[in-house]
Design a protein around this ligand. Structure first.
Ligand SMILES: Nc1nc2c(c(=O)[nH]1)N[C@H]1C(S)=C(S)[C@@H](COP(=O)(O)O)O[C@H]1N2
Ligand SMILES: [Mo]
Length: 411
């Protein structure tokens, strides 16, 4: 029998992606190594230095990509400074009156629309919702072997409050033709090479998602004008689906009579295998399906990974968030014994559809020593997080293994 690989790579195990630098800062790495816990090579993350932004972990400079450390995602509503940043090209120059910013809706509509932000705000009712924004590649670093792209842990996600108008309301005015099946989105950002005549990314969605009342043309983030880095003055918010659909610096929505084919729609981009492929193999782009709803995920946001608890601590009150794309969360379970036993966390309902859900739990730590706290969410469809990143694919979408944090109870 021909072999297709070895298990050696699996040493880059479940903990891969957890920040060893964070751990080191909180309790000495020796104490972890003494436990014989396999972990990724120490990597000191570069921290974002930008006005109006927290010190997020920089995954790339060109384009700028920065994720939010789990412990910075503890707020119920993600503050603007803590929202991750994901650019595919450059940040466009936006000058002048933001209300004069124009975009258009054309293609398979009875009446193409070109509208300024000012007109949009007066013509359509505004809605304010807490909506998940999550990069399609969130969790990528958990894949073995490494998949191409930004090595997100779980920090390519946040749940801020967005204000905007429903895309459905505007599409109703434009008159969506029966031939309309898909959208294609365009922003004003130049490509990395500086070209302004082609999009850095242009993705689209099924028309039904465009008509969902939670899909917004947004102009406020947490009650203030959307900052330039987050797509101001106006962007799309397509909650629950890959963040790449939530076009920043919105210029055009092209209503199409077929699946959109802009950059980011073909090959292995935002597509996952229809049948599982050998990890590390080339794969066949004809056997891939577009990633739509994001998978179920949980993150412990308190305590931080690597927290040292005082001697005698025998209980840990922990909390986090869980979410599941188009679905809600049914349960979150916690284990402190490597998955042998699980305890149900308390899970709150979402603030509104497409908001993440808070979970809290109190767990026993029977003695001093090293613990891993594992969190596993299950959505309303009964889909749960796997123990390790599943369904490997070349560009690394859909990795949502159970979340693990490490705590040390001092002797
Ligand atoms: N015009 C434009 N819109 C864009 C992008 C981009 O590069 N250009 N990146 C997308 C991706 S991949 C994600 S995950 C989200 C990130 O939004 P944020 O930077 O506000 O967090 O924006 C999306 N919208
Ligand atoms: Mo993304």
């Amino acid at each position: 029998m021909k072999s297709f690989g070895t298990w050696a790579a699996s040493r880059r195990n479940l903990l891969q992606g957890a920040s060893m630098a964070t751990l080191g800062a909180i309790f000495p790495i020796e104490s972890v190594l003494a436990q014989g816990t396999p972990a990724a090579a120490p990597k000191s993350p570069k921290l974002l230095e930008m006005d109006g932004k927290a010190k997020l972990s920089v995954l790339g400079d060109k384009p700028l990509v920065a994720e939010t450390q789990a412990e910075l995602l503890d707020d119920d509503v993600t503050p603007t400074d803590k929202l991750f940043v994901r650019n595919n090209g450059q940040v466009p120059d936006v000058t002048g009156d933001p209300k004069a910013w124009k975009f258009k809706i054309d293609g398979e509509v009875d009446k193409p629309i070109e509208i300024s932000l000012g007109e949009l705000m007066t013509k359509y009712p505004a809605v304010t919702l807490k909506l998940m924004l999550e990069c399609g590649g969130n969790g990528r670093s958990f894949f073995t072997p490494e998949a191409r792209g930004n090595q997100w842990t779980n920090g390519g996600a946040g749940c801020p409050e967005w204000t905007g108008v429903r895309l459905a309301d505007v599409l109703k005015d434009a008159g969506v033709k029966p031939s309309a099946t898909y959208t294609g989105h365009y922003g004003a950002d130049p490509t990395l090479a500086g070209e302004t005549d082609k999009p850095s990314i242009s993705r689209g969605m099924k028309i039904a998602k465009a008509l969902d009342p939670h899909t917004l043309i947004a102009f406020k983030l947490n009650g203030k004008d959307i900052p330039l880095i987050h797509g101001g003055p106006v962007r799309l918010i397509v909650p629950g689906w890959a963040g790449s659909l939530s076009t920043k610096w919105l210029k055009r929505i092209w209503i199409r009579d077929k699946e959109h084919d802009g950059p980011g729609m073909g090959g292995f981009s935002y597509r996952t295998p229809k049948k599982p492929i050998v990890p590390g193999s080339k794969g066949d782009d004809k056997d891939m399906a577009i990633l739509e709803s994001m998978p179920v995920r949980s993150i412990v946001t308190f305590p931080a990974d690597g927290t040292r608890l005082a001697a005698g601590a025998r209980k840990l009150e922990l909390r986090g968030h869980a979410w599941a794309g188009d679905n809600d969360i049914k349960t979150v379970e916690i284990s402190t014994d490597y998955g042998v036993t699980w305890k149900a966390a308390d899970v709150k309902p979402p603030a509104n559809k497409f908001a993440w859900q808070r979970f809290t739990a109190s767990v026993d730590l029977p003695s001093a020593g090293y613990y891993e706290v594992w969190a596993k969410a299950t959505d309303t469809k009964g889909v749960t997080q796997p123990f390790t990143a599943a369904n490997w694919n070349p560009q690394g979408y859909g990795a949502n293994p159970i979340n693990r944090i490490r705590v040390l109870v001092e002797a």
